[in-house]
Design a binder for this molecule. Sequence first.
Ligand SMILES: NC(=O)c1ccc[n+]([C@@H]2O[C@H](COP(=O)([O-])OP(=O)(O)OC[C@H]3O[C@@H](n4cnc5c(N)ncnc54)[C@H](OP(=O)(O)O)[C@@H]3O)[C@@H](O)[C@H]2O)c1
Length: 270
Amino acid sequence: MEYRELGSLGVSVIGLGTLRAFDVTEESELETRRQIIENCISEKINFIDSAAMYGASEKAVGVTTEGKRDQFYLATKVRIEGKEAGEQQIAQSFENFDTDYIDLLQIHNLIDYETHLPTLERLKDEGKIGMIGVTAMVPDAYPTIMDLMRSGRIDTVQIPYNVVQREVEEGVLPLAEALGIGIMVMEPLKKGRYVKELKGEPDLSPLKEFGIQTWAQALLSWVVSDSRVSITIPATSRPERITENALSGSLGALPQELRDYVREETVRLL
Ligand SMILES: NC(=O)c1ccc[n+]([C@@H]2O[C@H](COP(=O)([O-])OP(=O)(O)OC[C@H]3O[C@@H](n4cnc5c(N)ncnc54)[C@H](OP(=O)(O)O)[C@@H]3O)[C@@H](O)[C@H]2O)c1
């Protein structure tokens, strides 16, 4: 597994997302997530992203990483309007994770970011959180994101970047590289659609020599082949996919012609 800098942390370039996949409460479902966490440890995945708005996900992360917390960096997000409501939501995140320290606290989709930034700066000064981040899903938000990057108030940015959504190549990624800001990539598989909903079977033969055996691996390799990306965080509810996805973190950068091939083959089958 390759490790890269995400702000002040050394993170596995393939991490774990938890949207939908960890929104579970039944013991049998939690047991499957425990296996996911075990497989992350075996595959040297050391970073988990959650959010206050992901239903039971934070709590499921807290329960399934119990006793193994030293193996993972934890990230979550605040998403609510108002100072007190934000403080309450953040306090709940600490409780859900069952921790007194969160490595990265992000402002979800920039919701009320001007209110939450001073709260997060105070928590960072108090040593309760390690880093401050923001997330954004739409290119309309990128000018604000870039202003925040230049302000020196944030350590990380979470954005979508995949074979189809490439807007960040223009401004966000070059600026992050220049300023040393960590880039976390959400939706590398477009919520699984670029694997599960293609019109036909992608032709993997040009990629086999590179060690790629599945289309999910091709898509993840496409993302992390950009060295400006610190980490991507595919979510899954299936333990065996941790091993499958982790492989893309140890293959190195795809040669440009193979990267182009992965993009063209996906677009052809959309
Ligand atoms: N605004 C924000 O801040 C924001 C927005 C979106 C996402 N995020 C973060 O980014 C993370 C990733 O995004 P996402 O979960 O929406 O999308 P994603 O990671 O692109 O796709 C997840 C889906 O892909 C499937 N999948 C995973 N590995 C696979 C494989 N090897 N083969 C086939 N299917 C596979 C999973 O289904 P199975 O369960 O069947 O494996 C899951 O449904 C989220 O979990 C969240 O932490 C943040």
